[in-house]
Design a protein. Structure first.
Ligand SMILES: *Cc1c(COP(=O)(O)O)cnc(C)c1O
Length: 472
């Protein structure tokens, strides 16, 4: 007996069960290209997930059985015909990293231990990829939404000379700018930071869905006349609707001339830095004051992990450092080696997300990830050409990166929603829908290293077949 310890009473049997779980996980990954894309969770399992708090455990074996029963019912983003929203496909590598991370059970809030150095290595790699100076800082976070909150907090504090940290924002009317196509994580950050979403000006876009830079200039001028204080401009590298990339260089010029913080939402699009061919599309990104992006999208690191990069380490630190006697640093020992990650963001306790980023890059190298991104963009062009050639389909937006928006042409109202729901429920493919110029469209986002031409062909054939079925 091990008394009240949570360790197994019988390590041999625990090992056997754990090995069994590993096999099941590997089977799932190895067969990622097979079967249905998405299957709803069966009622029996849903029911079993509404039980009372277990006062007595059921033991490792039965617990693992319940876990394995759940495994077929994911979102479907590991499957090559998952095209919805922007989801990364993950990679088998992440399995192994998560096992090691769970075993270490490290808390990356700070202190001097191995995991901290891995995260610092990731920060250094990102800094050099985006050509930021050595004085730039960064933090591994849960995703772009959190990265945006961190970046915009620093931007706000800098504009208010950090006085707001003690006394609140004291009547200064801060305003920021982004395009109407920007992801709602920016508005949510404005809300969270107490700026209010009205303080975020939504600038119109041009025919390529890129921010209208002239309209941006006039909006800033108008706000200044009205006594408001412009503090940030958010450019998008890869918009969620159509994959558009704002003219980041032009925005950087305006931000510099007006002394406004320039933030880039590069959730998936910033990943194009990994590809020599695509990198020139991001010109201007290296001039940003801050950048938010995800590893869990186009880098295929398993969920959930993103990153915030800040040009000036000193600003970043000042925005988030708060002393506490129980967190005092030391010259030697575990409490040495500051600044700590907690000095760069709102969280104190943090898991070892950085490990799976590090292993992904160590195993595959940046070039291979870049090649996979480029291939996704080529598949999107291939699909766009097929859509254009098809009498029944209309391409609804230019294809900038990996997203193709098109509509099935029929008089029947709601047919594009219907087609997408049928594809999903039949398990064939999982695109999503969005609205382009007031019309609901079928949206395929190709962000999966497993997707081939055959997947695109099959999906298009089925869209036409279902469209025809529903029209009759
Ligand atoms: C996905 C996405 C976000 C939000 O990122 P999360 O990692 O889901 O928080 C923000 N902006 C764009 C352009 C996105 O595609």
């Amino acid at each position: 007996m091990t008394g009240d310890s949570l360790d197994p009473e019988d390590w041999d049997s625990f090992r056997a069960t754990a090995h069994d779980m590993l096999e099941a996980a590997l089977d799932k990954m190895q067969s990622a290209t097979e079967g249905r894309v998405w299957t709803p969770l069966p009622d029996g399992i849903k029911q079993s997930l509404t039980s009372d708090l277990p006062r007595e455990g059921i033991g490792i074996e039965r617990t693992q059985q319940a876990v394995q029963a759940l495994m077929p019912y994911g979102v479907g983003n590991t499957h090559p015909r998952f095209f919805g929203w922007v989801h990364g496909a993950g990679s088998p590598n992440g399995l192994v990293a998560d096992i090691a991370a769970a075993a270490m059970n490290a808390n990356l809030g700070g202190r001097d231990h191995g995991a901290i150095y891995v995260e610092r290595q990731v920060v250094q790699w990102v800094r050099s990829l985006f050509e930021f100076p050595d004085t730039a800082s960064g933090l591994v976070v849960s995703g772009t939404s959190m990265a945006t909150v961190v970046a915009l907090k620093v931007a706000r504090d800098v504009k208010l000379a950090f006085a707001n940290q003690r006394v609140g924002s004291s009547g200064v009317e801060l305003v920021g700018y982004t395009s109407v196509q920007t992801h709602n994580c920016v508005a949510r950050a404005f809300d969270l930071l107490g700026l209010g979403t009205d303080a975020l000006r939504l600038i119109a876009v041009d025919e390529n869905f890129e921010m209208d830079v002239a309209a941006l200039k006039s909006a800033i001028a108008a706000d200044k006349v009205a006594g408001k204080v412009p503090f940030c401009i958010v450019g998008t590298a890869g918009s969620v609707n159509v994959g558009a990339i704002d003219d980041l260089d032009a925005i950087a010029d305006i931000a510099a001339a007006e002394d406004i913080w320039f933030h880039v939402d590069g959730a998936f699009g910033a990943s194009c830095m990994l590809s020599e061919e695509l990198r020139p599309r991001l010109i201007g990104i290296t001039r940003a004051d801050s950048l938010a992006f995800d590893f869990h999208k186009w880098w295929h690191v398993n969920y959930a992990v993103g990153f915030v990069l800040i040009r000036h380490d000193a600003d970043h630190l000042r925005s988030f450092t708060m002393q506490a006697e129980y967190l005092a640093g030391q010259k030697r020992g575990l409490a040495a080696g500051g600044p700590w990650p907690t000095d760069y963001g709102p969280e104190l306790s943090r898991g070892f997300r950085a490990l799976k980023v590090w292993t992904q890059l160590m195993e595959h190298g940046a070039d291979k990830l870049g090649a996979s991104i480029k291939q996704n963009c080529e598949l999107a062009q291939y699909l766009a050409e097929m859509v254009k050639a098809e009498r029944q389909l209309i391409l609804c937006a230019p294809v900038s990166l990996n997203i193709v928006c098109f509509a099935y042409d029929a008089t029947r109202v709601g047919i594009n929603d219907e087609i997408v729901m049928e594809l999903q429920t039949r398990g064939i493919a999982a695109p999503s829908t969005t609205t382009i110029k007031g019309q609901t469209v079928i949206r395929l986002c190709i962000a999966n290293h497993r997707t081939t031409r055959a997947d695109i062909d099959l999906t298009l054939t089925e869209i036409l077949r279902i469209g025809c079925e529903l029209s009759n």
